[in-house]
Design a protein around this ligand. Structure first.
Ligand code: NAP
Ligand code: COA
Length: 261
């Protein structure tokens, strides 16, 4: 599961947080890794961090909302490192606001990054994916199946991401390409959790809603990414897999509320 020697990995949104941890874990396992995100300084810093782990690495500035820019980044990675064995689509944006408190542009911005961006990344990558053999991973979120107030944009976008996973698993199965979604639960010390739970009280409530009683670590998600891309998961495609300490089970939330009462 941990041998990615000579393999090529491309991580869209790979300059921080969970996605950078995924990129680092593949780098530690021997892969050549390209990361892409909007900010040139952040992708360069990420590439440096990957090189410090001994990997060949590229940092490419591209916005996933710009189909041409992301296609150019993928072409550059392919030119440098060859066919892509593992593609991760993880770029995302979020803010907390009621539906009536976000403009059409606010809603569209998140859908454009999370959902249309994932389509742009996967669509453009197909030409460069190893056939057969590539593993495509989209990073989804519990909002895809838990209706969450103040998250209308993310709920709509990530539900779409998981449906894209299922459709492309069917369309691309014949090429020997597997397509799966990983659904992280709340992961400690990440921008995602800082935005959703900005106070110590909110953090404590969030932690109480997780049956395993702890926040996830970025490595929990990286472990699933490597497993799904390994020889051990060759019959897994079209799957939407929570890695969340049980927090998607729903009933746990009722239980923690009852215990607190
Ligand atoms: P993060 O550190 O903010 O990572 C987001 C990444 O996406 C950054 O590298 C950012 O870099 C890039 N990005 C944002 N907009 C972009 C765009 N338009 N084009 C290209 N890249 C873009 O967040 P995180 O909390 O680790 O979340 C990572 C992923 O996990 C997301 O898909 C999120 O929905 C998912 N997730 C997170 C949690 C959690 O607990 N944190 C839970 C469930 C799901 P630039 O700013 O340089 O563009
Ligand atoms: N409440 C309501 N609307 C908001 C908002 C908030 N808290 N934050 C942003 N918006 C709206 C803006 O007002 C704007 O709409 P308007 O022009 O009609 O007012 C729209 O969203 C776009 O904002 P802008 O700042 O121009 O977008 P951007 O493309 O520069 O940034 C974001 C995208 C807003 C998602 C930004 O937070 C971001 O870059 N996030 C990436 C990191 C992240 O979210 N990480 C967590 C991943 S889970």
């Amino acid at each position: 599961m941990d041998d990615f020697q000579g393999k090529t990995v491309f991580v869209a949104g790979g300059s921080s947080g969970i996605n950078l941890a995924i990129a680092k874990s593949f780098a530690r396992s021997g892969a050549r890794v390209a990361v892409a995100s909007r900010t040139p300084e952040r992708v360069q810093a990420a590439a440096e961090a990957l090189r410090a782990l001994g990997a060949d690495a590229l940092g490419l500035a591209a916005d996933v909302r710009d189909a041409e820019a992301i296609a150019a980044a993928l072409a550059q990675a392919h030119e440098a490192f060859g066919d892509i064995d593992v593609l991760v689509s993880g770029a995302a944006g979020n803010f907390v606001a009621p539906a009536l408190g976000m403009s059409a542009k606010g809603f569209r911005t998140v859908v454009d990054i999370d959902l249309n961006g994932t389509f742009n990344v996967l669509r453009a990558a197909h030409a460069y994916l190893r056939k057969p053999g590539a593993s495509v991973l989209s990073i989804s979120a519990p909002q895809a199946y838990n209706p969450t107030p103040y998250q209308a944009h993310v709920c709509a976008a990530k539900a779409g991401v998981d449906m894209l996973t299922r459709v492309l698993a069917m369309e691309w199965g014949g090429d020997g390409i597997r397509v799966n979604s990983i659904v992280p639960g709340p992961i400690g010390d990440t921008e995602g959790v800082r935005r959703l739970a900005p106070t110590p009280e909110a953090l404590a409530r969030m932690q109480a809603s997780i049956p395993l009683g702890r926040f996830g670590a970025v490595e929990d998600i990286a472990d699933m990414a490597r497993f799904l891309s390994s020889a051990r998961a060759q019959f897994v495609t079209g799957a939407v897999i929570p890695v969340d300490g049980g927090s998607s089970l729903g009933g746990a939330r009722d239980l923690s509320a009852a215990v607190a009462a």
